[in-house]
Design a protein around this ligand. Structure first.
Ligand SMILES: [Cu+2]
Length: 259
């Protein structure tokens, strides 16, 4: 069998595999403005993966069958020494694919400066990962550094996250937002998202971080990690006012106890 027809058959099978992969994936609900583009990027990668998988597997199977040693065949294999056009081809094709994936990723991830917008008019939130949970500090001027174990954010506002860890590596992941960022000790990472749907969404730690790792996934039964809550702007104001009142109350109690 010639190489070209084999490559064409491989591509056709690959396209079928890609379509199957794409239509059978059940992605979580899209709850951020960035989610759709991340999904398109994912589908784009998946399509390439399916085609490459089919071509490589087909050539492998054909080669194993065609060039197998027959019984009692003790001859040495033919000593093949370089085929320039093939080498150029197998360098050029992956180069183009990797470049296309790189450009796609760059386009989707750096498209608009949500982080700057979040810093300017949105919410600034500091996330600290620890064994085994998350701390959220709301850094906006009017809420001045407040610790909460629940992440509550207003819908439609860009959020600028600063993320770090106070022990080992974790990764803060909200699948519905298609948002994930590593939280690392001694380093601050920056990331942003614009929630687009009111509701509650799961929070997952994406790195195996110790014995309590599964508990850092709010979808796991028995986890004490609250889900992310996306609320209306008005509900967010109310929530902030409540937290402030609570903080004042706690302050007064401490002062009274001290006195
Ligand atoms: Cu973790």
């Amino acid at each position: 069998m010639k190489v070209l027809p084999l490559a064409i058959i491989g591509t056709v099978i690959g396209v079928v595999i890609s379509v199957l992969l794409i239509v059978t994936r059940t992605l979580p609900v899209r709850a951020s403005e960035q989610a759709a583009n991340i999904d398109y990027l994912y589908i784009f990668f998946l399509a390439f993966s399916g085609i490459i998988f089919a071509i490589v597997t087909l050539f492998l199977l054909v080669a194993v069958y065609r060039f197998r040693a027959r019984p009692n065949d003790q001859r040495e294999g033919k000593n093949v020494h370089g085929i320039t056009w093939l080498e150029i081809l197998w360098t050029a094709i992956p180069f183009v694919i990797v470049l296309a994936c790189g450009i796609g990723g760059w386009y989707v991830l750096a498209k608009d400066d949500v982080y700057a917008a979040g810093q300017k008019d949105g919410q600034k939130i500091h996330i600290v990962g620890y064994q085994f949970g998350w701390k959220f500090d709301y850094l906006n001027a009017d809420i001045a550094l407040m610790e909460q174990d629940e992440l509550v954010v207003p819908v439609g506002e860009p959020i600028a996250f600063d993320l770090t860890s106070n022990d080992v590596m974790h990764a803060f992941w909200v699948p519905a937002w298609r948002f994930q960022m590593s939280t690392l000790p001694t380093q601050t990472n920056y990331a942003s998202v614009t929630p687009s749907k009111i509701g509650t969404y799961d929070v997952v730690c994406a790195y195996l971080c110790g014995v309590g790792h599964t508990g850092m996934n709010s979808a796991v039964e028995g986890s004490i990690i609250p889900k992310v809550r996306v609320v209306s702007a008005a509900d967010f104001e109310t929530w902030v006012a409540e937290r402030k009142a609570e903080a004042e109350q706690a302050d007064q109690t401490t002062t009274a106890e001290a006195a």
